[in-house]
Design a protein. Structure first.
Length: 202
């Protein structure tokens, strides 16, 4: 009897709110244009220089003089032609008042050093890039959000964990990053899924 009553209560809670009101959301309009600075060299603590691309708001309807903006940061190993789906809508973000930073992971896309999938050294790079983005960008306000999918999702989790509390990182949005790499990335019924690896920029 108790089991039946519990099931009835659960069904009521699950289905009983079908008439709840929904609220629409409208994005704010674009206020700025986009300015890009590509291939900025940023030195890591071991002397290796990573290449960083910065996309900043520029004058349009809104004026940028004297303004500072939150920074959205992603760390990417992918060649540019493969990276766009993983980095989201940079153009959209910048035109609505965000600075977007794309850091190219060591050993990829012209960055120095040797690449390794979420290597121990790569985990050190993440917090160092965050500190650079929070302190060295004239248009940045020191607040950092991390974003990106796949490998770019893993970098967020490891960076946030490594940098710890009271850091410039205020939010992370890791998507499609998987949770069991042995099963989800490399083998598919046994064979090596080498289709992934040519996508890494060298």
């Amino acid at each position: 009897m108790k089991s039946f009553l519990f099931s009835l209560l659960f069904t009521h809670l699950l289905l009983g709110n079908t008439t709840a009101q929904t609220h629409s959301w409208t994005a704010r309009p674009a206020q700025y244009t986009l300015r890009s600075e590509l291939g900025i060299q940023v030195a890591m603590s071991d002397g290796v220089k990573l290449l960083v691309d910065v996309y900043s708001p520029a004058d349009s309807i809104g004026k940028v003089e004297g303004k500072q903006f939150p920074v959205l940061l992603t760390q990417s190993p992918y060649a540019f032609m493969n990276a766009a789906p993983h980095m989201g809508f940079i153009d959209y973000y910048v035109k609505r008042g965000y600075v977007c930073v794309v850091a190219h992971i060591r050993g990829t896309n012209g960055s120095g050093g040797e690449n390794g999938f979420i290597s121990e050294r790569e985990k050190e790079d993440g917090p160092e890039i965050v500190v650079w983005a929070a302190s060295k960008l004239p248009q940045g306000n020191g607040k950092i959000g991390l974003f990106g999918t796949s490998w770019l999702g893993f970098t967020q989790v490891f960076t946030a964990a490594k940098i710890g509390k009271n850091s410039p990182v205020k939010a992370i949005v890791p998507t499609y990053m998987g949770s069991y790499l042995y099963r989800e990335l490399t083998p598919g019924g046994g064979p090596l899924q080498s289709i992934y690896f040519p996508k890494i920029g060298r």
